[in-house]
Design a protein around this ligand. Structure first.
Ligand SMILES: [Zn+2]
Ligand SMILES: [Zn+2]
Length: 382
């Protein structure tokens, strides 16, 4: 697909951002674009609001998979765009998934014409931002039928210039979990505290206690984050609050530390129940496992990227952000990399403006990379 065609697709997608599992227009749009491609080697299967596209190779002993996430965020756009702003009020492609879809379409259009030797599988995955589409897509019958040998994905990176790709072997993205705690006590008159169980006081103690987990339970050479972003309780200044809720997020560098932190949270919450005579419930909401890049897959990609003239390779640091692509990498060797898009404003920012030149950089890089891997695998060189 020509560069201007890809930009047009990106702009069309940018105008129709939809939240997790509501990507109806997006799915329809993608299916239309896919239907315009040469169909001889393709099998297309819709899955919920996502899509699987299988490309049959001439030899087909192995399968390479490529995943793009397709959902937007509940953010009101504040970019400088005039002609292609989000048409969905309160929703925006502020995480670059419009780029991710466009790049996947560009890659797919090439291999729909130039049949690869090995099979390819494209995943257009819904709900990355929540509640999580990777795990259910991984468990889908369609995926099992086309189970890949290796899997790749990218994420746009506003902090890198166009023409830069970055990654590292091992941990790339953290383990993440949402955290919702509700405390229920007994309300009452502000002047009769002895007849009530005040959940504002209980929640305050709990928030303070939660801060001790990273400070006192996590190995200082490891790393973790517990951030409480919301605390709500009570209805009026002279009424003792009957209930309170705490909302936050947990991030860790290892699966074990995530388990350890959750166990400590549960112990502290149990203590609050006893200490403040209340009932508590904990909900972890959307929780994603780490993105852990396979050594061999990453080495192959880095070796290629360093040799490929059109990009500069940078070794990426680990990030405490989450990505549900990690669920695929738990089961299938593969890797994820950052694509430089040079935006002053970062991911999840209402002003994110990734540079569109990066789309073609990524499509060309991925075509060359998959072509080379395809030939190497088919020739038995790997
Ligand atoms: Zn995001
Ligand atoms: Zn994202």
């Amino acid at each position: 697909m020509a560069a201007n065609e890809l930009v047009k697709i990106r702009r069309e997608l940018h105008q129709i951002p939809e939240l997790g599992y509501q990507e109806f227009k997006t799915q329809r749009y993608l299916l239309e674009r896919i239907s315009e491609l040469r169909q001889d080697f393709l099998t297309v299967e819709a899955w919920k609001t996502g899509i699987f596209v299988h490309v049959k190779g001439t030899v087909g002993t192995k399968t390479f998979a490529y995943r793009a996430d397709i959902d937007g965020l509940p953010i009101e756009e504040q970019t400088s765009y005039h002609d292609f702003r989000s048409q969905h009020e309160g929703a925006m492609h502020a995480c670059g998934h419009d780029f991710h879809m466009t790049i996947a379409l560009g890659l797919l259009s090439y291999f729909a014409e130039q049949q690869p030797r090995e099979n390819m599988l494209f995943l257009f995955q819904p709900a990355e931002e929540g509640p999580g589409g990777a795990l259910p897509m991984l468990e889908a019958e369609t995926f099992k039928k086309w189970w890949p040998d290796e899997m790749l994905a990218l994420h746009i990176a506003p902090e890198y210039p166009v023409g830069t790709v970055a990654t590292k072997p091992g941990l790339l993205f953290a383990n993440t979990s949402e955290l919702f705690i509700t405390l229920k006590g007994k309300g009452g008159h502000a002047a009769y505290p002895h007849t009530a169980n005040d959940m504002v006081v209980a929640a305050s103690h709990l928030v303070t206690q939660l801060q001790t987990i990273v400070a006192r339970n996590v190995n200082p050479l490891d790393a973790g984050v517990i951030t409480i972003g919301v605390i709500k309780g009570g209805t009026k200044q002279n009424i003792i609050a009957e209930s309170a809720t705490i909302e936050g997020t947990i991030r860790t560098r290892s699966i074990e530390t995530m388990k350890q932190i959750k166990a400590r949270i549960e112990a502290l919450v149990a203590g609050i129940e006893v200490g403040f005579t209340c009932r508590a419930s904990i909900d972890y909401g959307a929780n994603y496992c780490q993105v852990y890049n396979d050594e061999a897959s990453t080495a192959a990609f880095i070796e290629f990227a360093e040799r490929y003239e059109a990009v500069t390779f940078v070794r990426a640091p680990e990030a405490m952000t989450g990505e549900d692509f990690g669920y695929f990498l738990e089961k299938i060797p593969g890797m994820m990399f950052w694509l430089g898009v040079d935006s002053e404003h970062g991911l999840h920012d209402a002003r994110l403006e990734p540079k569109e030149e990066a789309i073609n950089v990524a499509v060309d890089l991925l075509i060359s990379y998959f072509k080379e891997r395809d030939q190497n695998v088919s020739a038995g060189r790997e």
